[in-house]
Structure formats: C-alpha cells, structure tokens
Design a protein around this ligand. Structure first.
Ligand code: 5GP
Ligand code: ZN
Length: 115
C-alpha cells in the first residue's frame, strides 16, 4: 500500500468505488469517467506503480489481471462482440494514476490506431 495512491485507497475501501470484482489479489471497479458503456479498471491489490516495475515474480498476478478482465467482459455479454484492454504507462501514454490498472472498455466500436 502506498499512502498517497488513489487506487490503493480504493482497494482498502478508504475511497468508495463501484466494485465489479474483488478477491485478495485483484479488485475491479468502474471508471469514474467512463469512455465506453463498460469501462472498468482491473488492478492488483498490491501497489505496483507502472509496468516498468514488474518482475518475473509478478507474472502470475498480471496474468490474473488480464484473465479477470476477460471474465468480466464475458459476464457483461461482450465476449463475442469484442472489447478493448489497455495499460497506459507514463506520460506519453497518458498514465495519470501510478498504480497499474488494466482498462477494460466495451459497448462501442473502437478505432485503430488509438488516439
Ligand atoms: P490512466 O490515465 O492512468 O490510464 O487511467 C486512470 C483512470 O482512472 C482514468 O480513466 C480515470 O477516469 C480513472 N479515475 C481517476 N480517479 C478515479 C476515481 O477516484 N475513481 C475511479 N473509479 N476512477 C478514477
Ligand atoms: Zn497503489
């Protein structure tokens, strides 16, 4: 837990969020400023600032984050239609919260390349 981290505070419940999924390793919650009809953020409960900080010991955890995003998309009915999953890292990609989070977006058409 990092004292000044917004998503650590959502993980502990200190800051409220619309929780989609929770276990001891992962929390998923709806984005406060959704960019699609479904826009959830899937985060590890442990504080990791960016993908740059990952080690091989985190491989299983990151795999769970990705797999959980797929399960949520499926549960919400987007399995066949499709969905987008995104990790932003550092300034050029627009990362604003420095606790890794997988954006799960669905319910509209997405263009490529992204903006
Ligand atoms: P980033 O830009 O770091 O990839 O994504 C951060 C995301 O966190 C943004 O989509 C933003 O809307 C979301 N966000 C920022 N503050 C809050 C908050 O207090 N609650 C929730 N649920 N989402 C937040
Ligand atoms: Zn954190």
């Amino acid at each position: 837990m990092a004292d000044d981290c917004l998503f650590c505070k959502i993980v502990t419940g200190e800051i409220p969020a619309s929780i989609v999924y929770r276990d001891d390793r992962i929390v998923a919650f709806n984005d406060i400023n959704p960019q699609a009809p479904l826009h959830a953020l899937v985060v590890p409960t442990r504080h990791i600032a960016t993908l740059n900080a990952l080690s091989a010991d985190d491989d299983a955890l990151v795999g769970e984050v990705v797999r959980r995003a797929g399960i949520i998309a499926k549960d919400k009915g987007f399995e066949a239609h499709g969905y987008r999953t995104v990790f932003n890292t550092n300034a050029a990609a627009g990362q604003t919260v420095f606790h890794i989070h997988l954006h799960l977006l669905a319910g509209r058409k997405f263009t490529w390349p992204p903006g």
